[in-house]
Design a protein around this ligand. Sequence first.
Ligand code: PLP
Length: 441
Amino acid sequence: MSSPIQALLRAEELPTHWYNLNADFPEPIPPPLHPGTRQPVTPDLLSAIFPENLVAQEMTAERLVEIPQEVRDVYSLYRPTPLLRAVRLEKALQTPAHIYYKYEGVSPAGSHKPNTAIPQAYYNKIAGTKRLATETGAGQWGSSLAFACSVFGLECNIYMVKVSFHQKPYRKLLMQTYGATVHASPSNQTEFGRKVLAADPQSSGSLGLAISEAIEDTVTHPGTKYALGSVLNHVCLHQSVIGLETITQMERAGEEPDVIIGCAGGGSNFAGLAFPFLRGKIAGRKNYRIVAVEPASCPSLTKGELRYDFGDMAETTPLMMMHTLGHTFMPPNIHAGGLRYHGMAPMVSHCKKLGLIEAVAVPQLKVFESAVRFARTEGIVPAPESSHAIAVAIDEALRCKAEGRKRVIVFNLSGNGLLDLAAYDSFLSGKMHESGLDTGE
Ligand SMILES: *Cc1c(COP(=O)(O)O)cnc(C)c1O
């Protein structure tokens, strides 16, 4: 049943424009503020770390932004990505629900993150940037940017959260294979890293800390700019290709979604799937339930406060209005490294505030039970991050079964888990506990 849909959609053209939800919010989003003056930031402040073309994209309210042909050419290596119906999972659950998943794990790096890495590298290249500095948690973003930099001929310098650096040697090797330089963060490459190491030589690092190192690297090296893999408006913009393709693909499948689900770390893959659908919901044409899923141990949307906070630990970024656990929050070392971030994209936070989306938090063991169930029915080993969305899709499908009614569920399978098998080892051998790593660690 799923193969004809896939075959149809493989032939589909990829989108010509990205969709910007900032054009359609019923109430404008609070602007980022300068931490000193608490006035809205001006483009020149952001230009210290980003090229001007991306700063312009960060601030634009233009509804449709054209995707440059050079970017579409690289997208075409793996886009459009398939939309599949999980018929075997439906059967195993004995549910009347129809479950669809958009599979972003077919990209070179194995996740949705190249969708923004490619345009970010491209815009930097045409702006004259020679070198990009960035951070990475589980390594998905680092490998995506490393790949994009290799395509456009840029150097790439990556600060990788130390716990992942040691846990995920294959992610590090993937980045190095694409030609990037990788440091375990906290590192001795930056003043902030050295300061943290002096206070705590055993520090396992965090995304907020690694961002501080990458920003310091940027402002101390001429020709270098910074790239962020989530959270920011231009990242959500680039990720909209996911939802735009899904809308076309669902139309071709002849179905209308009732429930749309995505996991949320910084919020970008969720935004990518959900925002193009939200356009119809805001216009009053559609009434989707849209659910963001986060880990119970890093619950920024469900337990965090909505307030201005820094994006990084060293307080170098502008203040952003977002759901946050506080910029000094050190999340437990759960296996879904890509969801270990203290904040949430301002655009996703604003959607939550306006009641356009819901959020739920799921504990780690339930996530892996769902991941294994999915692998054993659909065949794809999902990334631990994406498996948060699977857990809620299964809950929804079981609710349909209990209520004896059909609903159409669409979730984003944001990546595959082939480089996360150590996490599966921990689960399958019974060593995993509810929040945090193996009992031995
Ligand atoms: C990084 C990552 C995430 C979380 O990041 P978002 O910005 O919230 O999308 C989710 N899934 C995968 C596979 C990732 O690599």
